[in-house]
Structures are given as C-alpha cells and as structure tokens.
Write a protein that binds this ligand. Structure first.
Ligand SMILES: Nc1ncnc2c1ncn2[C@@H]1O[C@H](COP(=O)(O)OP(=O)(O)OP(=O)(O)O)[C@@H](O)[C@H]1O
Ligand SMILES: [Mg+2]
Length: 260
C-alpha cells in the first residue's frame, strides 16, 4: 500500500506497558481497506495487548490509533465498536447461561429497548426495531451455521462453535473491520475450514480483517499481508513467501534474540 492511500486502521508509534514492562513498543501499523492481514509471532509477543489497545480496552502510554480517518485513541470500547471496529477474544466470552440467539440479540448496537423510561409513543417503533434485530440475528445464525443450536445455552457449545458464535456476535454490528484473536485455536479442522470460508465471504463483501493466528497454514493461505511481532515490536511485514524465508521471524519463533 502506498503511503498516500488511506489506511482503514492505523497505529502510530503505539507503546503499552504493564508496570515497568513494555509489552508493545513503538508499533506503527497500516491496514488497508478490504485486506486480510495476519498478525503472527511467538507467545508473549504483544499481539493481544496491541488488539486490546486498538479497541480501547487498554490505554497506551504513547502513540495513537486512527480508524476510518479519525483519531480513536483513548475512546471507550463501545464507542470504537459503534464506529465499526469489532474484535473477538482469544478465549470466547459468551453469556454462557443464555441461548445462542439471545447472545446475538444482546450484541446488537442501538437497543433503545434497554432504556427504562421509554415514552409510550416510541414503543411501536422499538418493537419494530426489535423485530429487525431478531431478523438479522436469524440471518447471521444461518450464515454461521449456528441456526441448529440457536436455542442452546451458549456455554454448552463446543469450543469451535463458541469461536463461530464470537464471529456471529460481532456481525450484529455490521462492522467495517473485524479483528480476530486466534480464531482457529482449539477448533477442529472442519469448523476451521468453515470459519475461514465465512471470513473470505465477508471479505468479498468488503469487510477488512486483522487476524492473530498461530495456525501458519491458515495465515499463509488466506492473509494478503503478514505482520510479525516479537518482544513487543514489529519485526516483519510482507507476503507469505517472504515470511517463510525470513530469518528474523524464524529466529523469533525459535526463541533466539531478534536484536541485531
Ligand atoms: N494484564 C497483564 N498484566 C501484566 N502483564 C501482561 C498482561 N497482559 C499481558 N501481559 C504480558 O505482556 C506480554 C504480551 O502479552 P500478550 O498477551 O499481548 O501476548 P500475545 O502475543 O498475545 O501472546 P499469545 O500468542 O500467547 O496469546 C507478555 O509478556 C504478557 O505476560
Ligand atoms: Mg494473545
């Protein structure tokens, strides 16, 4: 991507610390609209911390985050979600006792029905909005093939189905961009293929993806750009072929020092 082309998501020199430990160091990243980018690197590289910072769950000590042409640094997570940037968690976080369908209903933004003092006259339009949300939830359940378990408690689903539910939930907000934290971890090959197929379909419809993943086969096959992190820093950017022959990246995975 040329520097003049507008990035959908951009981090500029972002650093994040836990006490005195710098988990993310001076990370500058540009994600072009319509792309699928893979974020790879060994355990503890800072990948999830970077995600948490981008979506407003963790404050950065320095740098800034821009999404869709606006500075979103320091905004609360729900404000960023409403702007069309959604993320899923490394460990799925469904409302376990609630049904799969209700988990989707809760993920819909702009639920006027949550307000206690609903004026009487607004009630019809709220019911119409609820019907719309339910309709969308049903469409997404069908899309993610979770329709057969719609009435099951979310906590009863298999690990792989819970990952699909994570994706289904963020789709309720019609995001411009989805960040997935290890979508294939602990998921069987059949469900992983299904998940990848859904990601590709959504990408064809214009949704941009940033995916943290340790499944190298998935990353190499499906990501247009690969970004490698180690020790909180970006150590590689390039395509699958370049990633596979990059010594710095290989050394990072082997636990060797990346400082040259
Ligand atoms: N809440 C926290 N408090 C203190 N240290 C943390 C916290 N979260 C993460 N860390 C540390 O920050 C570093 C980066 O962690 P992070 O979870 O971002 O890595 P990761 O690249 O996502 O790793 P993995 O591939 O294992 O998920 C690690 O050394 C981790 O121990
Ligand atoms: Mg992580």
């Amino acid at each position: 991507m040329s520097q003049s082309e507008a990035a959908l998501l951009e981090t500029r020199s972002v650093s994040v610390s836990f006490g005195g430990f710098r988990a993310v160091r001076d990370v500058s990243l540009r994600i072009s609209p319509g792309s699928i980018t893979g974020l790879i690197g060994p355990n503890g590289a800072g990948k999830s911390t970077l995600f948490n910072t981008i979506v407003g769950e963790r404050k950065c000590d320095a740098g800034n985050v821009r999404f869709n042409g606006q500075d979103v640094t320091g905004l609360p997570p729900d404000a960023i979600y409403h702007r069309g940037l959604a993320r899923t968690f490394q460990i799925p976080r469904p409302f376990s006792a609630m049904s799969v369908f209700d988990n989707l209903m809760l993920a819909a933004p702009d639920q006027a029905g949550e307000t206690f003092w609903v004026p009487l006259l607004a009630r019809n339009s709220i019911r119409a909005r609820e019907r719309e949300i339910a309709e969308r939830a049903r469409e997404i359940l069908a899309f993610t093939t979770l329709d057969s378990v719609a009435e099951e408690a979310a906590g009863k689903l298999s690990g792989g189905q819970q990952k699909l539910l994570e994706l289904a939930r963020v789709l309720m907000s019609t995001p411009k961009m989805i960040m997935l934290d290890e979508p294939a971890a602990g998921v069987n090959p059949t469900l992983t293929r299904l998940l990848v197929e859904k990601i590709e379909q959504l990408n064809e419809q214009g949704c941009t993806f940033l995916i943290i993943e340790h499944d190298m086969d998935l990353v190499m096959r499906h990501c247009h750009l690969i970004v490698g992190m180690a020790n909180g820093q970006i150590i590689f950017e390039g395509d699958a072929a370049a990633a596979q022959s990059n010594e710095t990246l290989l050394n990072a995975y082997l636990g060797a020092t990346v400082d040259e």
